[in-house]
Design a protein around this ligand. Structure first.
Ligand SMILES: Nc1ncnc2c1ncn2[C@@H]1O[C@H](COP(=O)(O)OP(=O)(O)O)[C@@H](O)[C@H]1O
Ligand SMILES: Cc1cn([C@H]2C[C@H](O)[C@@H](COP(=O)(O)O)O2)c(=O)[nH]c1=O
Ligand SMILES: [Zn+2]
Length: 290
């Protein structure tokens, strides 16, 4: 009885090793295609410096190549991968400063760069990103990101632009689609700076949606304006409750958790008082700053 069950369980013709291999998953169609395609890529002659980097351009260059007997790229070949780096934090935490440093570092290595900021932010200057310390860098001030390629010049964008910096990212509705396309399909390095949370600590725009597709995420801190400890949040000092409200130190301050929580309850009470008094006696609402 024992012998029979042994024979049934481990057949002499199947060694432990072959049993093991038998249970290994077969290479998927996808991994076979990937290996095949990377072999083709490795065999390709190295592309010239200004060769098209995007998938769209690869298709274009194939068309040209077939008519002019130049080396052809295979339809399965991938364009060089891009990168997405996300820099978040409260106001005054150095997001724009960090973006500027990283962009300038890329420029120093010979990369072609461009910086975009939302045209909603009209605080300092429309043609530049400006840090709270007054450092400046020329930028494209745009209502959305989808219009950037055409404004920049499609050929210039596809063939020469390497690095794209985006400031005030929380204001761009098409942030996710733009960054994914630029990094996944067009080989761009995208450095994104923006607020992760608004004055209520709610997610702001689609900045957080980038995390799953990002290569790196950095959360910066500022100094709490009340106690000097690390500040991770932004407190709004006025009674306005709309999410988007452009402003600087006259409206916002960086605070630590403790002072955010204390401040929020004080502000909520004050806003409630202002609210009720404004319905009773409108003349009483005089101070916008609490
Ligand atoms: N009220 C303030 N609280 C903290 N830092 C401030 C304030 N006003 C100006 N700063 C300066 O802002 C700098 C950060 O500027 P910036 O890079 O523009 O920040 P962010 O883009 O995160 O708002 C800090 O290094 C600090 O010197
Ligand atoms: C918290 C918070 C901020 N904003 C606005 C205020 C500023 O114009 C920008 C943030 O600028 P920074 O470069 O990070 O200093 O966003 C807002 O509209 N709503 C908010 O809740
Ligand atoms: Zn504090």
């Amino acid at each position: 009885m024992f012998g029979v069950s042994m024979r049934t369980l481990i057949s002499p013709s199947i060694s432990p090793l072959s049993l093991h291999l038998h249970h290994l998953p077969k290479p998927s169609l996808f991994s076979t295609v990937l290996r095949f395609s990377s072999a083709i890529n490795n065999n390709n002659t190295k592309s010239p410096k200004n060769s098209p980097r995007s998938t769209i351009s690869t298709v274009k260059s194939q068309k040209t190549a077939s008519s002019s007997s130049q080396p052809q790229s295979h339809p399965l070949s991938f364009s060089p991968p891009g990168e997405i780096h996300v820099v978040v934090g409260p106001m005054f935490s150095g997001k724009t400063t960090t973006l500027l440093r990283r962009i300038l570092a890329e420029k120093l290595t010979g990369k072609k760069i461009a910086v975009i900021k939302s045209n909603k932010d009209t605080r300092y200057c429309t043609e530049s990103i400006v840090t709270h310390d007054g450092e400046k860098f020329p930028c494209w001030s745009l209502p959305d990101l989808s219009s950037f390629k055409e404004r920049f010049g499609t050929d210039e964008y596809e063939n020469r632009l390497d690095v794209i910096g985006i400031d005030e990212a929380q204001f761009f509705g098409d942030l996710y689609e733009f960054c994914r396309e630029a990094a996944d399909k067009e080989g761009k390095t995208v450095i994104v700076a923006g607020l992760d949370g608004d004055f209520m600590r709610r997610r702001f725009g689609s900045v957080l949606d980038l995390i799953p597709i990002a290569d790196s995420v950095t959360k910066l801190t500022s100094r709490c304006e009340v106690c000097g400890k690390k500040a991770s949040f932004t407190m709004r000092k006025t009674e306005e409750i709309v999410t988007e409200l452009i402003g600087g130190a006259e409206v916002y301050m960086p605070v630590c958790r403790n002072h955010y929580v204390c401040g929020q309850s004080v502000l909520e009470t004050a806003r409630a008082v202002l609210d009720s008094s404004s319905t009773k006696t409108p003349d009483v609402v005089v101070a916008s700053s609490l």
